[in-house]
Design a binder for this molecule. Structure first.
Ligand code: ZN
Length: 177
């Protein structure tokens, strides 16, 4: 929420050529679903909110699916008590997410925070000047904003980023860097 996003999510805009020279059988055009596992046990006060945030993404996109799992998760939630909520992520489905209880105490909606930080892990950058209807406007619209669902444009962006299973490439990048 505070823009501390070490992962260079902006780099995700790299275009991937689609369908060049590929067979056009209908089955081949059906996008594979990339499943990302997240663990929430490190943020015990927000288990339901994290699940709701993930469910909101799952309802909005079909190329990538978020599933809670205690072990082997590539997206790991933690709870902190100061400094603001943030994530350290490669923007390709791997990251650490820190939810700040003091922000929730200030009135920021924890489901919106969780969904916002998941958005970074799915490849979206911050857009603080955006309206409440956008997740990635984060704290910009203020504490009155309780929206925890991505806008149509945000969902479309994530859908496009994951159409070819970006996560597979992300793992290579993580090892390389
Ligand atoms: Zn953010």
């Amino acid at each position: 929420m505070n823009g501390r996003v070490p992962g260079r999510v902006a780099a995700l805009a790299v275009a991937v050529p689609l369908g060049l020279g590929l067979a056009t059988a209908p089955a081949a055009s059906a996008a594979a679903v990339t499943t990302l596992y997240y663990s929430s046990s490190g943020a015990p006060d927000y288990l339901a909110q994290i699940d709701r945030g993930a469910a909101n993404w799952n309802a909005a996109v079909t190329d990538v699916k978020l599933v809670q799992r205690a072990t082997g998760a590539t997206i790991v939630f933690h709870e902190v008590h100061s400094g603001g909520s943030y994530t350290s992520t490669d923007g390709h489905g791997r990251g650490q997410i820190y939810l700040d209880t003091s922000q929730v105490a200030e009135g920021y909606d924890p489901t919106r925070i969780a969904a916002h930080e998941l958005g970074h892990n799915l490849g979206l950058p911050d857009h603080y000047s955006g309206p409440c209807t956008e997740l990635m406007s984060g704290h910009g619209p203020g504490t009155a904003c309780k929206n925890a669902k991505p806008s149509a444009a945000e969902a479309a962006k994530v859908q496009s980023l994951w159409v070819n299973g970006v996560a597979a490439g992300a793992q290579t990048r993580a090892v390389a860097h």
